[in-house]
Design a protein around this ligand. Sequence first.
Ligand SMILES: [Zn+2]
Length: 152
Amino acid sequence: MPDNIVCQGCMLAKDGIHLPGGWALNHYEGGEGYLGWLAIAPVAHRMTLAALSDEEQFTFMSNVVAIEAAMSSYRMDDRIVRFYMCYFAESLVTHPFHFHVHLIPRYESLQMKAWDMAKATKSEGFPEKYQKTPERIKALMDYLREVLKSPR
Ligand SMILES: [Zn+2]
């Protein structure tokens, strides 16, 4: 795939928090999900893991480690203890597929398994405090932008 492709995923990445090695971080905007559900993607158009440059491969995990550390220090009334890291290799919105990995937070108080999560977030009674609002997303992303720009 030539590097001059610009897809919807490229545009999302361009607007995200830019991270070392050509990566970008966005809050997931899909219909399901909840506060803190992030996606990391290369800024350049890539469709697969194998298409990542050497630098993108090497910097991917160091960025994920930094994001996990930042998320676990995010101050709210529940703690994000870790997250699921999911590479579905498919997308409902971006064509052609733009490589990205979902980082889905696991809150300490939410006793949910991965397979229940997407369904639960669309159900009535899903706790309001985890629902994503523009204000909550902005506060979290402002926090991450500040923390992740620190040298590491
Ligand atoms: Zn793209």
